[in-house]
Design a protein around this ligand. Structure first.
Ligand code: LMG
Ligand code: NDP
Ligand code: PMR
Length: 387
């Protein structure tokens, strides 16, 4: 393929000091910000002494001749980094200089504009195409990411769509209902494929993070605003969520409800995180986590809601429900879950209190049901072609 053909000659002609990794990234630069401005993460490492590096531990790479232990720049992939929380977290992480952010986005130009608009420095990020509404695209993303030659130290499954007023389903390229297809199934495949890469990383704390939400947890007031989340016995999912010859809803309901489909997809996200933890944490040492970042009432998530809702929801959250957080604040929270040395515990659903201190939150009974998590895992494997 053209990409591979393009790789070989210039790999050989790259100046020695840049090395092969730079050549690979150079030639996949059509996927990235302009090549001349791109820094290769592992080559643009800043020497950070143990004393100042936040998570420097034995086993981190050594990049100075005086044998000081240093932590190389980490590489984090964030899906849906073109807007809202994903963009704010990308900015927060890139600004530290300790992270190179791979923005995995369905709309390259939007992502490029968003990164520039947010003031992210050239070279601190790479944009790669990923459309979670297509399992082929997920696989292509994984191939492209591997070809770029970067390590993977942290993966954030952040992208989502919410269709609050939809009464008829839409479908992914593979024919699955869109909210669950994008928010859960696309991420399920991505996470499964990239586990290998996370495992290969020599970074001291490797993490896989999947966004959850309060609205999927029926042990909260917010989780009791109708329509309530609920997966039932997963018969709709097992039937393929196709809508025509079955149900487009996970629980098998005949009628479609876009708001419920989103909340259901968030239960899937939280169950998947826990199942990953049970299956892989001990063996791999990877930290699996989920979080509720607060109510970020101003993001694009509400783009399909009625205008009156979009107008009133932010002040409602600020002054009445008191769940509001700004995009910048939520970005810092997610950045903490990616890189804070104190948040290495696996299997946790993080939340924050009013002073923005993180705490381990309790999931609802359904969102922490191990039997349901196992069943969800097995059905999802079939739907994404892994079993
Ligand atoms: C469903 O409706 C839709 O059917 C579905 O399509 C989907 O969109 C789904 O979850 C998404 O929602 C849910 C419905 C159920 O909620 C509403 O219709 C209410 C929407 C209101 C959104 C918030 C805007 C509130 C505006 C208040 C004004 C703010 C101004 C602030 C200015 C401050 C200045 C100092 O809703 C329910 O069933 C309600 C359940 C009972 C809730 C408990 C009551 C607590 C009361 C708390 C405050 C009340 C706020 C006023 C609500 C006004 C509603 C129009
Ligand atoms: P936004 O709509 O601002 O961001 C969602 C991102 O997902 C966008 O970048 C969007 O891309 C991307 N996306 C949507 N569909 C696809 C697709 N098919 N393939 C790839 N990317 C896609 O929403 P938020 O920032 O609010 O949401 C981010 C996460 O936070 C979600 O997981 C959400 O569930 C969670 N969350 C949000 C809360 C809130 O109050 N906002 C509360 C709790 C959790 P594009 O820019 O191209 O549209
Ligand atoms: Mg909710 C009491 C606290 C609280 C919190 C933290 C949220 C978060 N909400 C709360 C209360 C209420 N909400 C109340 C009392 C109402 C009735 C007026 C209410 C309504 C409401 C609607 C209609 N809320 C909503 C909607 C949405 O469409 C949002 C949604 O469900 O998206 C799936 C939403 C949200 N409320 C939240 C949060 C975090 C959301 C959206 C984002 C998400 O879960 O991802």
């Amino acid at each position: 393929m053209a990409l591979q053909a393009a790789l070989l000659p210039s790999t050989l002609s790259v100046p020695k000091k840049a090395g092969n990794l730079a050549a690979v990234v150079k030639d996949t630069s059509f996927l990235t910000v302009p090549q001349k401005k791109l820094q290769v993460p592992s080559l643009s490492v800043r020497a950070q002494a143990v004393a100042t590096a936040p998570v420097a531990t034995p086993g981190a790479s050594t990049s100075t001749k005086d044998a000081k232990k240093t932590l190389r720049q980490g590489v984090v992939v964030i899906t849906g980094a073109s807007s809202g929380l994903g963009l704010a977290a990308a900015k927060a992480l890139a600004e530290t200089g300790k992270w190179h952010v791979v923005m995995a986005c369905r709309d390259f130009l939007k992502a490029a504009k968003a990164a520039k608009g947010a003031g992210m420095a050239d070279g601190s990020y790479t944009i790669m195409h990923l459309d979670l509404a297509s399992l082929d695209s997920v696989r292509q993303f994984v191939d492209n990411f591997r070809r770029a030659g970067m390590p993977l130290d942290s993966l954030v499954c952040n992208a989502a769509i919410y269709r609050p007023t939809a009464r008829t389903p839409t479908f992914t390229a593979d024919g699955y209902e869109m909210s669950v297809g994008v928010n859960h199934l696309g991420h399920f495949l991505l996470a499964r494929l990239l586990l290998d890469d996370l495992q290969k990383s020599d970074y001291p704390s490797r993490r896989l993070i999947i966004l959850g939400s309060i609205t999927g947890n029926t042990n909260t007031l917010a989780g009791n605003i109708p329509p309530k989340a609920g997966l039932g016995d997963l018969r709709g999912l097992a039937g393929g969520l196709r809508g025509q010859n079955g149900s487009a809803m996970i629980d098998g309901s005949e009628s479609f409800d876009g708001a419920k489909a989103y909340k259901d997809s968030k239960i899937c996200n939280m169950l998947t995180m826990q199942e990953l933890h049970r299956r892989y944490h001990e063996e791999t040492g990877i930290t699996f986590a989920s979080l509720y970042p607060g109510c970020i009432a101003t993001t694009g998530l509400f783009r399909e809601h009625i205008p009156l809702f979009r107008l009133l929801f932010p002040p409602f959250q600020k002054f009445i429900a008191k769940g509001f957080v700004s995009e910048a604040e939520s970005g810092k929270r997610l950045a903490q879950v990616v890189s804070d040395p104190s948040l290495t515990k696996s299997g946790v659903y993080w939340s924050w209190n009013k002073d923005s201190a993180s705490f381990e939150n309790q999931l609802s009974q359904e969102a922490s049901d191990p039997e349901k998590a196992r069943k969800l895992w097995e059905i999802s494997e079939k739907l994404v072609g892994l079993a």
